[in-house]
Design a protein around this ligand. Sequence first.
Ligand code: GLU
Length: 418
Amino acid sequence: MTEEINPFDVAKTQIDIVAKEMGLDKNITEYLKRIERSLIVTIPIVMDDGTLQIFEGYRVHHSTVRGPGKGGIRYSMDVNLDEVKALATWMTWKTSLLNLPLGGAKGGVRVDPKQLSMKELEHLTRRYTAEIINVIGPDIDVPAPDIGTNAQVMAWMMDVYSMQKGRSVPGVVTGKPVEIGGSVGREPATGMGMFFVLQAFCEKLGLDLKSQTIVVQGFGNVGGTFAELLYNEGCKVIAVSDVSTGIYYEDGLEIEKLLEWVKQGNYLKDYENDKYKLITNRELLTTKCDVLAPSAIENQITQANVNEIECKIIVEGANGPTTPEADKVLFKKEIRVLPDILANAGGVCVSYFEYVQGINSYFWKLDRINEELKRIILEAFEETYKISEERHISLRTAAYIIAVSRIAKAIELRGIFP
Ligand code: GLU
């Protein structure tokens, strides 16, 4: 929609905003805007038809001051170094806000995984892992799934790393299949975290969650799970979208049937129901509703559409869906935003549980996973809410104050090497 907005510029502006609010030291502010290290790799793949195609991949560590890097791997045609830098930076704030002993990292390959055969996808993943092998590892940086990747991709990554080490190293990635050291509850964790945070926020505002109308942009693992949980709660989910289209029905969509359709590999645009209306992405985002959940990609709520947004609450399932300029307008319009680094942190939270379970070789039951996820994410929510109320600032700025303070403190305590 607005390709000219550079996500890393957005990430740096967000640091400036919070630095000003909390009076952060100028030099530390500049330091936080830098990337610890970034690696660009070339991935040559012999395709099924015998031709050679060359792909570009990245792995970026924004900060490892509080622990090993942590963050997903994205396979998408929109991936570029600055996007990965932004996503790595946001991971730093996310792990810090949840007080997990991890840093922030991200990776990606510029590729459309839907255009690859299973064999090509496997070869791409294996070669990419081999190329980044020296900057990942259980104590260095632990990748996970993101847009365009899944548990199978993590299994291949774990296998390449383990083959090189000569022993099984499950702790090198999270979001693995349960059969090889993955955690139950990891897949729905991001959507579930969004649900817990929204539920708690509605309580604070005296709103009945069940009677809220919901619009969700993105119907993948994050948006799909979130929509399903709200649908099961009794909410009317009036619009959802995937890459093919948005669909709208004012009496509420049948989310379970739609999820089944999409899980079979179909697009929403091909779903047949006479009552459902196909809508554009812009129409979806500006649909009048109570809760809007942008759960796809960056830069969706911008100066170009923010004045038309008509909801009470925004729950950011995606990373970086709102630009700082649009954020200011939302604050003035009194539209409350549950920011990405809080709202979608459920995924990395359960990734952390997977990591801990793997280290201990002792695996928890689903009840324990969901209970601890709820506890950790709601602690972060309560802290964020309190600061935002006390200082009359947005939930985003409040969340950033907590996250950035912890990083700044860690830098101060460790000192600058040498
Ligand atoms: N890719 C997810 C995110 O953006 C999960 C990262 C992880 O589990 O490490 O939060």
